[in-house]
Design a protein around this ligand. Structure first.
Ligand SMILES: *[C@@H]1O[C@H](CO)[C@@H](O)[C@H](O)[C@H]1NC(C)=O
Length: 304
């Protein structure tokens, strides 16, 4: 029995775990409850709004923001600043390399329209950010989310623009660690890990064109024998989908450009001129978090 338990644990221990924290608004200020919270990319709570509280509505609303060290930047009306304190920290134990997705700690989800793309529920008897990120990591997913205490969701991206809510709303204890929170009803804490997005994973034998992963294209087009598949792939455009399409048509080279264009070919017109990778910066129409070239900048793939 002892060995059995060890085996299960080791299956989820590919990487060590670490604790990640970021600054959030204090859940109360001068007895008033946190009603609104915005968190910035720099790790600071940039907008906090408190109102009401146990003594009723007689108190003035309070608002503040915090710098990247968690120190108070008081609201300019000094009468409102009484009772304001340093930022709180919100922490989670996660698998090494994982972090809060888009720097947010608690976001809206819905049973009828999942926020995680290819939402896959992992059956974990002991759910926590730590066990959930480990499980999703080992299955090759890029995103992991804990919800409703017991639920672990894995995903490949977001299906829509995320809607953060104040961290205090993610208040259900994790079934696998009662000192941590795991979302709430229709509220999820999402983490992002180092696995490459699935939409960017190419079919076997294909790789990025090593001399010029992002190359200058022109109206004359990169390939001498071009087939454009953009309309055929509408809504699912990703490098992987484009490569699959081109392979299916017998081509040995493929390229994505302009966010939603897919080109297939066998012959390159002239040695591709490499561009800085930052020029291939347009998000793919078919996947959040994956790039599909730029303006006359093409990402090239070939079958070896
Ligand atoms: C539970 O969570 C706390 C706080 O993040 C952490 O210190 C502790 O190691 C966790 N316990 C287990 C068993 O993972």
């Amino acid at each position: 029995m002892h060995f059995f338990v060890i085996t299960i644990l080791s299956a989820f221990s590919v990487r060590a775990s670490t604790e990640i924290c970021r600054f959030v608004c204090p859940s109360s200020a001068a007895g008033e409850e946190l009603l609104d919270e915005s968190l910035s990319d720099s790790g600071a709570a940039t907008g906090c709004f408190w109102f009401g509280g146990p003594t009723g509505g007689g108190l003035a609303p309070r608002s503040a923001s915090y710098d990247s060290n968690g120190d108070l930047i008081p609201f300019s009306e000094s009468s409102n600043n009484e009772g304001l304190v340093r930022a709180d920290t919100f922490c989670a134990g996660v698998t090494d390399g994982w972090d809060f997705a888009q720097h947010q700690v608690c976001i809206k989800d819905s049973v009828s329209a999942r926020i995680l793309e290819q939402d896959t529920v992992m059956p974990l008897p002991s759910n926590s950010p730590e066990t959930c990120t480990a499980a999703c990591d080992s299955q090759g997913f890029t995103f992991a989310g804990v919800e409703f205490g017991a639920e672990c969701h894995c995903g490949t991206g977001f299906t829509a623009t995320i809607q953060p809510v104040p961290h205090v709303q993610c208040n259900m204890r994790c079934t696998g660690n009662s000192s941590e929170v795991c979302g709430a009803g229709d509220l999820i804490q999402v983490f992002q890990g180092p696995n490459p997005p699935r939409a960017a994973q190419l079919p076997t034998g294909w790789s990025t064109f090593s001399d010029a992963p992002c190359a200058q294209d022109s109206a004359a087009r990169m390939f001498t024998d071009t087939l454009i598949a953009g309309p055929l792939l509408a809504g699912t455009d990703t490098p992987a989908a484009c490569v699959q399409f081109c392979e299916g048509k017998g081509f040995t080279k493929a390229g994505v450009e302009g966010g939603d264009e897919c080109y297939c070919g066998t012959e390159i017109r002239a040695a591709p001129q490499a561009l800085d990778p930052s020029q291939c910066n347009l998000p793919c129409q078919g996947a959040i978090g994956v790039k599909c070239g730029g303006d006359f900048a093409i990402q090239l793939y070939e079958l070896s």
